[in-house]
Ligand binder design. Structure first.
Ligand SMILES: Nc1ncnc2c1ncn2[C@@H]1O[C@H](COP(=O)(O)OP(=O)(O)OP(=O)(O)O)[C@@H](O)[C@H]1O
Ligand SMILES: [Mg+2]
Length: 903
């Protein structure tokens, strides 16, 4: 148990014991969160003080921060308090170490000069801060103390939440003090922390009468009647009791009970006010200056704000310390309630003092964010200087990933400028709110062409997300002619994206892409490669277009991690069956998105990998990747549609009809993107396999008309041309099926797509031709299916011996690509054909799940566990678990054998 030392805390045995065990857990890398939640004065700060001393004695590094009402509007204020001192003290080498790896994403938070705006900063900053904590904890176990978290800023609380959810395998104890249900607190975030699995809640209660007696008796020779009055009126609140005893020179007699009762109901406020009243005017002025300055106190500033010389201010500080209002060590109030009382008593001077503080702090070179908190506390005034600072602080908060703080700051810019309005629009966009009102207000004024371009870009992005691509396109069309030359390309790129969503816009989309066919802008080149491939261009034409788009793999960085043009180019590669090039492109993309730390682009990358595995690799890996991607994209309409459709198709390939039905049913109400992702075709295939060819034809025709509007001739969606052949045959329309198939086979041959050709032969039931074509294509599932059908046909003809070789090959291939249902069927046929097939053991590389395989592959590429964890958005522990399982399945002892085992 922790010894509370000379200033013993009464009745806190359970809390101290619990904290002690969490502390020793943290030292053994079993981190946790201690949340001390209790009303004002119950001793949270006192417990944290004991914990800090104990941790320091036990070799932990202690970093601490305290919330304050004013600083709630300073993005990452708490985070800065926590880490700033440690980072400033660090030399260049240590700093580099602390910001190594993904931690670099957090560096802008600690820079004095704001970073340029980044994509999806919210996620990457939190991610970087998490890794900064990991790096610090790797040097020495860590105690992070955040007191008065009910006043903490929201971005910092989000970081604490992210850390809390991954703290369990770190040598870190996160100790947080907060009042429950404090007005203005970020209650949702605090509640989130309280419910994190690693959180242990401590609720120090009121003191018993015996404890009150002990506390009173330590000061006074008190009579029972006096003690009873103290207990009754303070209800065992230690703070009220302490303040009560300070408030008047009580002797402890029973006849003072009445005086006790009338003192306390006014709570601390009155006792503090009374003590302050006894002070001189100068002392009061100094107390007010300290209350206003908050965290930023210095003797000079206090003196200036209270209108005294530094020497005078210093002597008033002594007075305040003697009255036990100020802690002489750091010129802070002894208790936050003292500050609250002084602050509440500022009255009409409040605004003036905060504005004055803002000017001083600005003159002293304070960060805009700090100055801005004072401007917010001052009354709104029409002040261009203040507006400018608020706007700068708001833009920085935006760049750091704190759009909520930015919104507060930017809404207060008065006069609002076009700059502040456009930034306000961006903040609202990032928060998922409608950005159009401030953007339109900016555009109505005297706005520079550059800002107008910014406004158009933000408005269009918001409209696309809101499933209003048509309005997005209209705005972009209007903005492009007015934009500065240098910005036009970017807006045109965005227009192409907006147009790509709606089947009805297909004409204009294609015309725009074609018009720019000689451009070297990556977005356009990606769309161009796609349009060509889908219109049936042969591989020999599509590959050069792709190479131009990807000439420099930094194209992904330029495209921006949240903009998905690269996906179109990669799909073009899937369409022309260029397995190796597609793999290369996907790898380049995942490398970059991993580093950017963006969840949505990691989801998109997993989706593409799933599609690659489905066509060229292994179905179970495809399924795992699709499910992983779906997890990352959960809650967003477009990813749920795209990845849900892919998952449904994969499950159909695996022969899992109920699974496919569920996956498709889980897709939200289909929006305008359903046809791009092939939802109708996948539904058609499910309906056919469920024995309802009529319904299948209706669904397929919906897909086909969308494809036709886009001039997609090749039927890539669920092999929709082969699907039509199968449906027509099931409906007894054999002649039509035959004629349609012949045309499409010719077209597949012309575009050198042997896989597509094989699938069409298969649909017609021509197994021999299907095998011939499939041997030329890198699609193992198609090849397995073709060989199986050939084997079945030979066996039906009674040619059992001839049937065996293709069946054997089919079974091996089906096994290798994870087509479980096909493998089982072929196995049965082999038995019928008189072979005695061995059951294939399910171990080795094929037994690895997609995540296990990814972890293992990254390990082979030389990444350390923590780098793997960073890349895959998982904890270190998860990486260790996956690796351990992979070793077992592969039958190896460790990392050094991995490369051979995977080869
Ligand atoms: N268990 C205890 N035994 C004796 N004294 C206590 C105890 N708990 C708190 N005190 C005293 O009560 C006063 C208030 O405690 P403290 O400042 O720790 O409260 P708090 O919970 O942090 O309040 P707030 O929510 O206002 O920050 C301090 O003077 C402290 O010494
Ligand atoms: Mg406290």
């Amino acid at each position: 148990m922790i010894d509370a030392g000379p200033n013993t805390l009464l009745e806190r045995g359970a809390e101290l014991e619990g904290l002690a065990s969490q502390l020793s857990g943290a030292r053994a890398a079993r981190g946790s969160v201690a949340l001390l939640e209790a009303p004002a004065g119950h001793g949270k700060t006192s417990l944290l003080r004991v914990l800090r001393a104990e941790a320091a004695d036990n070799g932990l590094r202690v970093l601490a921060a305290t919330g304050a009402p004013l600083e709630r509007d300073f993005a990452f204020g708490i985070v800065r308090q926590l880490f700033d001192a440690e980072l400033h003290g660090a030399d260049a080498a240590r700093r580099e170490h602390l910001f190594a790896g993904a931690a670099a994403l957090a560096e802008p938070v600690f820079a004095t000069v704001p970073a340029a705006d980044q994509q999806d900063p919210a996620h990457s900053t939190l991610y970087g801060l998490y890794w900064l904590a990991v790096n610090l904890a790797a040097e020495q176990p860590l105690l992070l103390v955040i007191d008065d978290a009910h006043w903490a800023d929201a971005p910092s609380l989000r970081f604490l939440d992210a850390l809390a959810r991954r703290v369990e395998d770190l040598p870190v104890l996160l100790a947080i003090g907060a009042r429950p249900a404090e007005p203005g607190a970020e209650q949702e975030l605090l509640d989130g922390l309280a419910t994190a699995p690693a959180t242990r809640l401590h609720r120090p209660g009121a003191l018993s009468e015996a404890a009150v007696r002990a506390l009173v008796s330590a000061k006074l020779d008190a009579e029972p009647g006096f003690i009873a009055a103290c207990f009754e009126t303070t209800r065992g609140n230690p703070l009220l009791l302490t303040e009560l005893l300070k408030s008047a020179p009580f002797a402890g007699r029973a006849d003072e009970a009445e005086a006790v009762r009338t003192t306390v109901p006014g709570t601390v406020a009155r006792t503090v006010t009374a003590r302050i009243r006894r002070l001189s005017d100068h002392a009061l002025a100094v107390a007010r200056a300290i209350a206003v300055l908050g965290d930023a106190t210095s003797l000079e500033r206090v003196a200036a704000l209270s209108g005294l010389t530094p020497a005078e201010a210093a002597s008033e500080l002594d007075q305040l310390a003697q009255a036990d209002l100020i802690d002489p060590a750091d010129a802070r109030f002894t208790h936050p309630m003292v500050r609250e009382v002084v602050e509440a008593d500022l009255g009409a001077q409040r605004a003036r003092l905060h504005r004055e503080a803002a000017r001083r702090l600005h003159a002293d070179g304070a960060l805009d964010g700090v100055v801005a908190t004072h401007l917010l506390a001052a009354e709104p005034a029409n002040d261009p200087w203040a507006s400018e600072i608020l706007a700068r602080a708001g833009r920085r908060a935006l760049a750091e990933g704190a759009p909520d703080v930015a919104l507060t700051l930017l809404s207060r810019c008065s006069p609002a400028t076009p700059e502040s309005l456009v930034a306000l629009g961006l903040a609202r966009f990032r928060l998922g709110e409608d950005p159009l009102p401030p953007l339109d207000e900016a555009l109505a004024g005297d706005v520079s062409p550059d800002l107008a371009a910014d406004a158009a870009a933000i408005a269009a992005a918001a409209l696309v997300l809101a499933s209003e691509p048509r309005r997005a396109a209209a705005r972009l069309r209007a903005a492009i002619p007015r934009a500065p030359e240098a910005r036009r390309g970017e807006l045109e790129d965005q227009l192409v994206e907006a147009l790509s969503y709606r089947d009805d816009d297909a004409e204009e989309y294609l015309a725009t892409v074609e018009r720019h066919r000689d451009s070297d802008r990556p977005t356009l080149l990606c769309h161009l490669a796609h349009a060509r491939a889908m219109a049936g261009a042969p591989r020999s034409e599509v590959l050069p277009a792709w190479r131009r788009a990807f000439a420099d793999t930094r194209v992904f960085a330029r495209l921006g991690v949240e903009r998905f043009a690269a996906l179109w180019a990669i799909e073009a590669l899937l369409a022309v069956e260029a397995a190796d090039e597609a793999k290369e492109a996907i790898r380049a993309m995942t490398d970059l998105t991993d580093r950017a730390g963006s969840r949505s682009s990691a989801g998109a990358a997993a989706w593409l990998e799933a599609r690659w595995e489905r066509r060229f690799g292994h179905l179970r890996r495809a399924e795992d990747l699709a499910r992983h991607g779906l997890d990352l994209g959960r809650g967003a309409h477009v990813p749920e549609t795209a990845i849900g459709t892919t998952l449904g198709g994969i499950l159909l390939d695996r022969g899992d009809l109920p699974g496919a039905r569920d996956a498709l049913a889980a897709i939200p109400e289909p929006g305008p993107t359903a046809s791009i992702f092939g939802l109708w075709a996948t539904r058609a295939r499910l309906q056919l396999e469920e024995g309802d060819p009529e319904a299948a034809l209706t669904s397929l025709e919906r897909q086909e008309s969308a494809d036709a509007a886009r001039r997609w001739l090749i039927g890539l969606r669920e092999d929709s041309h082969a699907l039509r052949v199968r449906i027509l045959l099931a409906l007894g329309r054999a002649d039509e099926a035959e004629a349609f198939a012949r045309t499409e086979i010719d077209r597949a041959q012309a575009r050198e797509a042997a896989g597509a050709e094989a699938v069409l032969h298969l649909a017609l039931g021509d197994a021999q031709r299907a095998v011939d074509a499939a041997q030329r294509a890198p699609l193992p599932l198609v090849r397995a299916t073709a060989l199986a059908e050939l084997g079945f046909a030979l066996r039906r003809d009674g040619r059992r011996a001839d049937a065996r070789p293709p069946l054997r090959e089919a079974r091996d291939l089906a096994h290798r690509c994870g087509a479980v249902a096909l493998e089982a069927r072929v196995h049965e046929e082999l038995v019928v054909a008189g072979a005695r097939p061995q059951r294939l053991a399910f171990s080795g590389v094929d037994a690895l799940t997609a995540q296990e395989r990814r972890v293992a592959e990254l390990a082979v590429r030389g990444l350390r566990n923590r780098e793997i964890a960073e890349a895959l958005f998982v904890s270190l522990k998860t990486v260790e678990v996956h690796l351990g399982r992979a070793y077992t399945k592969l039958g190896i002892k460790g990392r050094s054998q991995l490369a051979d085992a995977l080869a």
